[in-house]
Design a protein around this ligand. Structure first.
Ligand code: B12
Ligand code: SF4
Length: 456
């Protein structure tokens, strides 16, 4: 008798797990968020869906995404409706602040579907062999713990596997949450060995796991050639590598077939080596006549924005452009990795404008609460951004363990407690509440001076 396919796969890598009937059942979970603020800025559990994609056909998958705003519960609430580019608010409930953040004068909240929904779901869905849980910001680990506790209570036999950013950056801390297996970093080898399965490396992310989908994510490359002192990417990915374009095309086709209207790029260096990566991708988009709105919430590097590239991006459907500027001070830039300078931002804006991008759709991020704020010339930088006619957005600094700047922050906060990496809290720890608010007010005031645009 022929063995079921999944057993053949198990044998191929020399390991057979004791799953007795049919294909194994895997539950994918994207946890809620515990934080002062959270907004659906094209947030999707892309690592989780990518891993599931590699296992396509080898298991039965179910997805519980606490942050899915197309869940009927969220759809029924007007205030959670999406804006024209697919962004919007999450359902939230106020909860007590954790004691370590008790001094931060902001409401602490739990964002995402109510906890009871997941408990009911677990009761209805029966057993699972494995539960894969996405982790994201290091300071969101309390929600991961909530998920683990609920699974342990309802389905004690299921093996819980964690992966993603928190596990990668705070592995020692994550080990204490009580999961069965942790996937640290981007190397999935240990996971395949643990599961005893061989992955299909050419498969796109498992977007079919969603019943309804209007926003998705894509990533054409891993890593970044720069080494900014506040960023974890250089040490996690060691250099820049493009992903196989064929797989990205399959993913795009899959998304287009599902009528996804907005796609955000999660690349760290989307414009780097563009001739080999982004340009062929966008040319294919035009060739196949795929019409979607592209967005770049994870900052673009203005240095690489040529006239031709700006033109292609606009023609292929880019609707919002987020540029990582951080500071106009050349001294601050040189000290932190020299990724971009003020004149390069101005040139990029000029090219985008000439290509037909609306100025109101271009935003420059600047870090607020960076430990070297003394040389950052933040106010002058904000005014410079404003003088270009584009929006500024202050990106609150989150100190990241293992990075030079994160390690420097040990003098102010306990970096071994991930809640201390909270982006709302750290600028207040460093600058105080009043100065933080003054800078945010100034940013709002400057943006209000811009001509009104209907997009941002
Ligand atoms: C996309 C992104 C965002 C998106 C949203 C992401 C989200 N879903 O929430 C946006 C643009 C909104 C964002 C915002 C911010 N971000 Co961000 N972001 C990222 C980015 C680029 C990717 C994260 C991601 O989705 N990874 C998953 C996928 C895409 O990566 P991958 O390599 O393919 O994953 C592999 C493995 O990790 C593994 N894997 C991943 N997940 C899982 C899950 C399971 C179960 C398994 C088994 C395996 C596995 O398998 C994958 C194989 O390909 C990372 C940098 C990076 N390259 O990781 C920063 C990063 C996570 N962000 C960071 C920061 C600082 C921020 C901001 C604070 C910036 C700011 N000041 O505004 C904000 C915070 C937002 C908030 N509300 O608090 C920091 C982390 C900070 C921290 N303390 O944790 C990072 C690491 C960048 C950095 N500077 O070092 N971000
Ligand atoms: S350019 Fe961006 S992704 Fe690259 S190291 Fe600097 S901050 Fe990180």
């Amino acid at each position: 008798m022929r063995k079921p396919d999944h057993l053949i796969d198990f044998l191929a890598v020399g390991k057979v797990r004791t799953i007795k009937h049919g294909r194994p059942k895997i539950l994918l979970v994207n946890p809620p968020i515990y934080d002062f603020a959270a907004y659906d800025f094209w947030i999707k559990p892309y690592g989780l869906l990518s891993v599931a994609g590699y296992l396509r056909g080898k298991a039965q998958f179910k997805l519980f995404d606490y942050l899915d705003r197309l869940h009927p519960f969220a759809v029924a609430q007007k205030q959670l409706a999406s804006d024209r580019w697919g962004r919007g608010r999450f359902y939230c409930q106020q909860i007590p602040s954790p004691s370590t953040l008790a001094n931060i004068p902001r409401y602490f909240r739990r964002f995402g579907l109510p906890r009871a929904f997941f408990k009911n779901y677990l009761a209805e869905e029966g057993t699972f062999d494995f539960v894969f849980v996405q982790t994201m910001m290091t300071y969101w680990y309390q929600a991961v713990l909530e998920v683990i506790q609920d699974i342990r209570q309802a389905r004690p036999q299921a093996k819980i596997i964690l992966g993603g950013n928190y596990v990668t950056l705070c592995s020692g801390h994550a080990e204490k949450l009580g999961a069965d297996f942790l996937v640290q970093g981007a190397n999935l080898g240990p996971l395949w060995e643990y599961l005893g399965w061989a992955p299909h490396q050419d498969q796109p992310a498992l977007w079919q796991a969603y019943d309804k989908l209007d926003v998705a994510v894509i990533k054409l490359s891993d890593g970044c050639p720069f080494r900014c002192t506040y960023c974890s990417v250089p040490s996690v990915y060691s250099g820049f590598r493009s992903r196989p374009l064929e797989r990205s095309f399959s993913e795009l086709e899959l998304l287009a077939k599902r009528d996804v209207r907005n796609i955000a790029f999660y690349d760290d260096a989307l414009l780097y080596d563009a001739e080999k990566v982004l340009v062929p991708f966008l040319e294919e988009v035009l060739k196949r006549n795929i019409r979607v709105n592209f967005h770049s919430p994870n900052a673009l590097n203005a240095r690489f924005m040529t006239k031709q590239l700006a033109d292609l991006m606009v023609r292929a459907g880019f609707k919002t452009f987020y540029l990582g500027f951080e500071s106009g001070s050349p001294q601050w830039q040189r000290r932190t990795g020299a990724k971009v300078f003020a004149d390069e931002l101005a040139t990029a804006v000029k090219h985008l404008k000439a290509a037909g991008a609306q100025l109101a759709s271009i935003t420059a991020y600047q870090i607020l609460g960076h430990p070297h704020i003394g040389i950052q010339e933040l106010e002058a930088s904000m005014r410079f951004v404003n003088s270009l006619g584009i929006r500024g957005m202050l990106a609150d600094f989150s100190p990241i363990p293992g990075t030079p700047d994160g390690e420097y922050c040990r003098r102010w906060v306990d970096m071994d407690e991930p809640l201390m990496h909270n982006k709302t809290a750290f600028p207040i720890f460093l600058l105080g509440f009043d100065e933080t608010n003054q800078l945010k007010d100034l940013q709002r005031k400057l943006n209000r001076l811009l001509p009104k645009g209907n997009v941002h």
